[in-house]
Design a protein. Structure first.
Length: 378
């Protein structure tokens, strides 16, 4: 089992400008990297996706979807966004494009959906107009059940795989009275969902035909997976996951697998009380590929494939909220052979990590005056 105790080891070679925009060079283990502000003035941005004709869409947790141009200009809120419950960790969260976006213009949004009993993670899709000002024909294609009275642990990452299936992470909703449902297949709580692009259920989902289970479930026993990515070589889905006090996880997601929460974890309660009996996961529950203590609080997740950083090709990158870092993870198959905590000196909560069409890496900072940062080779 791979367990890391992290430390901030990098130093910068420049300082913040008086306007607080970032313009720094960091020496990393494999090369120098420039970190610069690409856009600013965003309110707690959460998700980012690049448009094929240039620019990007960015969500703000308070409920706005915005177009950001290639020049870093932030547009007005796009109309047609569904109502969101924007409290604490809830709000408008991830954004993804349909695999056939250039034909159908469909955009997918995950968010905290208000309703009877409280709220839940939901996914809606709508058609983006050519002017980038409105989503039309918006429909909800997934709504986590049951709704509960909580403002935490929504999960909410969206990833399409090579076959066009949409994967959705959901959280355990945090409170003790809810999190046990992550072990119960008649609930979407604490699961990773796999559906077709229109919200229907694929026939080969692992629990289809089981009357005691919900058909949308792909895997279960998750706490709060806030980063997810498709492996560029294998096409498999990987996810990171918040532990409680310690025990943040990296997992390869497989059909029908139980990932242990809230029975098995390498973290402990915030009080310090032990959770797991014994020193390893019980039989029938999947051990994480790697786990980290203290908790970096992982978020956005990327497998890098670009040419801007040849020495990083094939490496995984994960944003860290509590750890105010980007964590680089070098893998050999399912084994973590090295990790590196980058840009910790900035002191910024990194919410999302994306590779741009130019091969650069783009970061979202989870701040009231949030920024898009661009990483380039120095």
């Amino acid at each position: 089992m791979h367990k890391r105790i992290f430390a901030a080891v990098l130093c910068s070679t420049a300082f913040l400008t008086p306007a607080l925009a970032v313009d720094q060079v960091f020496e990393t283990e494999l090369g120098a990297v420039h970190v610069g502000t690409f856009a600013e003035g965003l309110s707690h941005p959460w998700g980012l996706t690049f448009l094929p004709d240039g620019g990007m869409l960015v969500t703000e947790r308070e409920g706005n979807l915005r177009f950001v141009s290639d020049a870093g200009e932030v547009g007005e809120p796009i109309a047609g966004i569904p109502d969101v419950d924007a409290r604490r960790q809830g709000g408008l969260l991830d954004v993804a494009l349909d695999p056939e976006f250039e034909i159908n213009r469909l955009v997918y949004l995950s968010y905290a959906e208000p309703g009877d009993g409280g709220n839940s993670t939901a996914v809606a899709r709508g058609t983006l107009n050519d002017e980038l000002t409105e989503l039309a024909n918006v429909e909800v294609i997934f709504s986590q059940q049951p709704k509960v009275d909580s403002q935490q642990h929504f999960g909410s990452r969206l990833v399409f795989d090579n076959d066009g299936y949409l994967f959705i992470t959901t959280g355990d909703r945090s409170a003790a009275q809810f999190r046990g449902m992550a072990q119960e297949l008649d609930s979407h709580i604490g699961t990773i969902i796999r559906i077709n692009a229109d919200g229907s259920v694929p026939d080969d989902n692992p629990f289809v035909g089981d009357e005691a289970a919900l058909d949308e479930i792909w895997s279960y026993g998750h706490r709060n997976p806030q980063g997810m990515a498709m492996h560029p070589d294998t096409g498999e889905i990987w996810a990171n996951e918040h532990g409680p006090r310690g025990g943040d996880e990296l997992n390869r997601i497989e059909a029908g697998v139980n990932y242990g929460w809230p029975i098995a974890t390498y973290g402990v309660e915030y009080s310090g009380q032990e959770i797991m009996e014994g020193e390893s996961f019980p039989e029938g529950m999947r051990e994480p590929i790697a786990h980290w203590t203290p908790s970096p609080a992982f978020s956005g997740f990327l497998f890098y494939t670009g040419d801007e950083f040849p020495y990083w090709q094939g490496h995984a990158f994960m944003g860290a909220l509590a750890g105010t870092s980007v964590v680089r993870v070098e893998l050999d198959g399912d084994n973590v052979v090295a990790d590196e905590f980058l840009f910790t000196d900035l002191g910024l909560r990194i919410r999302d990590v994306r590779q741009g069409p130019d091969g650069a890496i783009y970061l979202l900072t989870d701040e009231s005056n949030g920024e898009i940062l661009r990483l380039s080779a120095q």
